[in-house]
Design a binder for this molecule. Sequence first.
Ligand code: M6R
Length: 610
Amino acid sequence: MCGIFGYIGQASKTVEILLEGLKSLEYRGYDSSGIAVMEGSRARVVKSEGKLANLRQKLKGMTISGHVGMGHTRWATHGVASTTNAHPQVSGSTIVVHNGIIENYRELKRELLDKGYEFSSDTDTEVIAHLIEERTKAGMSLEEAVMGAFGRIEGSYAVVVMSEREPGKIIGIRKFSPLVLAVGDGEYFFASDTPAVLPYTHDVVFLEDGDMAVVETDGFTITDLSGEVQNRETTRLSWDPVLVEKDGYKHYMLKEIHEQPRAVLDTIRGRFNEESGDVHIEDLQPGLIKDINRIVLIACGTSYHACLAGRYMIEKLSRVPVEVDLASEFRYREPMTGDNTLVIAVSQSGETADTSEALLEAKRAGASTLAITNVINSKIARDADTSIHTHAGPEIGVASTKAFTTQLTVFYLLSVFFARALNKISNSDGQALLHDLIKVPKQIEIALKLDGEIRELAREFYTFNHFLFLGRGINYPIALEGALKLKEISYIHAEGYAAGEMKHGPIALVDENMPVVLVAPDDDVVFKKTLSNLQEIKTRRGKIILLTTDGNQTGLNDNVDRFITIPPASNLISPILAVVPLQLLAYHIASFKGTDIDQPRNLAKVVTVE
Ligand code: M6R
């Protein structure tokens, strides 16, 4: 899960375009970076350990000019983060950047060593460079060499290749890792993700698995690995480049938290008819759910938490049994899915390897499949029988925020859709449920007004080393998500638990050094039960932050240290609102601790390795 970028166009702009492209891909990996620019028929390669800023610094004062170039920002898989292991990787005249994993690289490396090739890095990528070099040295054209080399390679890859033997050419090839070819005015770009090219063009070709795009200044051709021409459409992207700027916010994460009213509105817009109480989601047909007797939700990380809340919504409204599985677990336990099972894969990026593989596993087992992703045309969206798009817009911060609330929104819509298709709810029930949903963007706006108050709360609590997050029912996943947000960006140890489980173990942790965030919006059943947790924590001198519905504070002042309140909402809507203050809490605690909020240590936005 690295970011790759390629450019062919105006010589004077190449270095700056490569650096800007890498900047917008840096969320994909940031332990080292590098660029290569073809100067005449010689490639200049400059690499640096650490963040892109180090590479920029190193390039200061260097004059590099050439109209063809490539760049890479790395998240280490094979070989430590170092300048040597940074990309581009070079073999003789061949220069390569790669995102993915070469699964048979050990075997290929052994073969190449036997042939006398020397390896200067510990990366799997270096075998690609040697395999191509071996072939161009023997007289093949760069295209032939690339086709021959990739005929030997197993695994996942998006690769950009240049050669000093054919300096006016740049080739991109992909399988299982994303790569787009963007078409500008007299210039072309390769990128791992579309936001990186938006400042230059909105015209993009989504390369498909097995595609090889050969680009020169006067045009491009796309073939498969046997050289057969592939016709691929150019898509005009509607994303506004402003969406991928920080827009005055200090971090992408904060900007994305504040974008949630718009993101939720965009996700519901045009997808329901309030008068009939029906939901219409693009090509989703009511027939999809008719013969289904079991739904399985699969995802990782934050998307998994959305699935846990989605289960409550679907079961409550449609009465179809739902299971939720971590994609990484689902894959390896011979899941019992068949004709009457619907498997829903949820992924912001649409690229997560575990989720993608689990989806394919479900397809092989005969299940119907549906994807919920934020990236149109992503692998998971394309592999599923049907897909639904969350209209969150590009999410750059590594900590997922607006993707989560829009996933919950899609689950809500889907639950109403299933329930109406199965006649489990009436028109008027549908109308009432949709009426509740329409209010959400405004309610999130109200929750966001807590920003200043939560910052003060964070100031008070940021020095604690441990946090416990508790929630019940549909808000148990919100406790898990609150804990995940806090740990991933502040590096504070935080655990999420089902509130009812507290007495079965976690209560042993509670003392005056353990703040407990109790997620308990008003609810006829579970709120009262949560009050007993509150009592149990207070008795053990725990510090309590109660996240509840506005107006619910009465009588609780003695036991609660701090309140966070959200607007009144139904039980199924409450998680969409409750998570917002927890995102802000994690953000402000991390901000007081001075961590790298948008690019927390050891993480990457897109996890394309198992
Ligand atoms: O792109 P995906 O939704 O498939 O990503 C899944 C997880 O890697 C992701 O949610 C991760 O847990 C985030 N860093 C959480 O903020």
